[in-house]
Design a binder for this molecule. Structure first.
Ligand SMILES: Cc1ncc(COP(=O)(O)O)c(C=O)c1O
Length: 456
């Protein structure tokens, strides 16, 4: 793969239509978007369309998409296998608040692909899935507290928004005794009190907390990798250790597989790491971008529904979502598509590694080849606090530079790149070239800035 680059100026991207849309949207949508995570000020992107592994903005600029909607679009944008099935099924009506065969089939496929989930319920978003999984754990154990790990994002309900992604990691407090850091206002202190944050990969702190208050802990929710710190991996023995501690203290283990599910393997991270939780949540890759999610697990635990724990939703299992899950999971079922995506990821990593090494920079890869991060660091950090010690400013400059050159990773070093089946061999080569050009430009810019600082 090509890795050489001469530092060419990045083309200036047309922004006229998006600038006008930004002005228009700002009048009615706070920040001009429907999610805080998409509100990038004057750089906010307004999308026109996507096809395969590419996306076009409102001004007609084309990008190789490395965000893929924050992960769900595992096959590719506008994949006909999914869209045609959804279109056919939706002509029969989409919303009845009655149960369709597609819903039953979707859950059967979740059980089949994971190999351990015995019962599940569909929801519309990952947020609802983690909220209900936490409630099931509380209802099942009769305990109120939930342990979560710092730097992990489980959606936007109140119980999930504790110690998530501060830019300043000192806000997380002493690592042996972390503070409950609410993300933004509006989260009642009484809710935050029930959530116990622990640094990821730190079994010692976890055990100490269980020894102190284990009789009040309903469960541990964990994304098996630190998906919001570029997919930092669990240390050898960490996930089995968490499993053992939860069993010892009678708490449930919840895997949040919203990003890893149906991506790391047909059976998600549970299969990939060989650790079986009691409950898990799925979303994203489950529906190739359609709004579908699920929470499920052991029959004995899930059987607390419907009599003793609340779960509902007008749109839970709606036809569009359920049909999308059926078509997507049928496509992912034998694992071959996921193996192909992983092979693309490994080839891209080899190209990036070559390009970065030639420029004499230390770097490490995190995550899984289908969802990985590249960090400018000597070694992989083990937790969210460690992310702060990587050269993430350089990464951010590279990501912004890639965007100007026609590839779109998230302009934030915490978010991994997501690959899809639709990314082509040409895309792979272009991604590496664009990365190398953006890296050269970022290094040059940094050298100029430093020379300027010395000169003053
Ligand atoms: C691990 C994890 N859990 C939960 C969620 C929330 O899912 P949703 O955005 O569908 O509510 C996300 C979203 O990015 C996630 O990455």
């Amino acid at each position: 793969m090509a890795t050489e680059s001469t530092t060419r100026p990045a083309p200036t991207l047309a922004r006229q239509r998006q600038a006008a849309m930004y002005e228009r949207a700002l009048r009615r949508l706070p920040g001009g978007t429907d999610s805080n995570f998409r509100a990038w000020g004057a750089d906010t992107i307004y999308v026109d369309r996507g096809l395969g592994g590419h996306v076009w903005d409102l001004d007609g600029n084309e990008f190789i998409d490395l965000r893929m909607g924050y992960g769900p679009v595992i096959l590719g944008h506008a994949d006909p296998r999914v869209d045609d099935y959804v279109a056919e099924r939706m002509r029969r009506g989409v919303s009845f608040s009655l149960t369709s065969e597609d819903e039953v089939r979707a859950v059967e496929l979740v059980c089949e692909l994971t190999g351990w989930v015995e019962m599940a319920r569909l929801t519309v978003s990952g947020t609802e899935a983690t909220m209900h999984a936490m409630r099931v754990a509380r209802g099942y154990t009769g305990r109120d507290r939930i342990v979560k790990f710092e730097g992990q994002y489980h959606g936007v309900h109140d119980y999930a928004l504790i110690s998530v992604l501060p830019n300043d990691v000192t806000e997380l407090g002493d690592r042996a005794n972390p503070v409950r850091l609410a993300w933004g206002r509006g989260i009642p202190a009484a809710v935050a009190e029930t959530v116990i944050p622990v640094p990821y990969n730190d079994l010692e702190t976890l055990r100490r907390i269980f020894e102190r208050e284990g009789d009040q802990i309903a469960g541990v929710i964990i994304e098996p990798v630190l998906g919001n710190a570029q997919g930092i991996l669990p240390r050898e023995g960490f996930l089995p250790g968490v499993r053992a501690i939860t069993e010892e203290f009678g708490a449930l283990l919840i895997f949040d597989e919203v990003k890893t599910g149906f991506r790391f393997a047909p059976g998600g991270a549970a299969e990939f790491f060989g650790v079986r939780p009691d409950l898990a949540t799925y979303a994203k890759a489950m529906g190739n971008g359609y709004p579908v999610a699920a929470f499920g697990g052991r029959r004995e635990v899930m059987s607390i529904l419907p009599a003793k724990v609340s779960h509902g939703g007008t749109y839970a299992g709606n036809r569009v979502a359920a049909a999308a899950a059926v078509a997507t999971l049928e496509t992912l079922r034998d694992g071959s598509v996921l193996r192909e995506i992983a092979a693309k990821g490994r080839r891209i990593q080899a190209g990036l590694s070559d390009a970065i090494t030639r420029r004499g920079l230390a770097h490490v890869f995190t995550g899984h080849p289908t969802m990985f991060g590249v960090m400018f660091a000597d070694e992989v950090p083990t937790d969210y606090r460690g992310w702060a010690g990587t050269d993430h400013e350089l990464y951010d400059a590279v990501a912004v530079g890639m965007h100007r050159r026609g590839a779109m990773p998230e302009p934030d070093s915490r978010e991994p790149w997501f690959l899809a089946a639709a990314h082509t061999a040409d895309d792979e080569a272009r991604i590496v070239e664009i990365f190398a050009e953006a890296l050269d430009a970022a290094l040059e810019e940094r050298a100029h800035r430093r020379a300027g600082e010395v000169g003053h």
